[in-house]
Design a protein around this ligand. Sequence first.
Ligand code: FES
Length: 179
Amino acid sequence: MDEKEHPTGAPPEPIDRRDFLNATWKVLGVALVVEAGWTSYDILNPKPSGGFGGVVDAGPVEDFLTEGTVKYFLDGRFYVTQYQGGLRALYQKCPHLGCKVGACVTNDVSDGFRCPCHGSEYNVIGEYLTGPAPRGMDRFPISIQNGHVMVDTTAFVEGPARGVVTGPKAPPTSCEATP
Ligand code: FES
């Protein structure tokens, strides 16, 4: 039989087996609940990954002050462009059949995008201009946090429909420099 030593040095008192088992089951039950809760939280709460599928830091807002600035982010699979003061994060995946759309860039300034597979062209804010693509380039939500452009790549928003052109209408001209 289990016994524990009395603090005063008196003879040890026997431990009731039923109390011991009850306490053990309670501890195990609490541990199980904590583990289940943590596992559920971990699965249901996506964390910023710093790459595609999470929230990507695209750098300070000051990097996008020049009109037509375009920067490519390999880890996030998107471009960030600036047009008339507005920033957009454009998904690199062509909405036609999924090829990587290339930026038409001269000195870090873009006048649009062209897909190398079937020639769909988009203006600097990813609006559809020509080619077989069914719509403009898809995009990711952007927020500014502590002066940095944060792009949420957990889910994209479909690009604007064909015929919706609020930006430049001229086709891109400098696609030979596509990275
Ligand atoms: S995959 Fe881009 S035009 Fe076909």
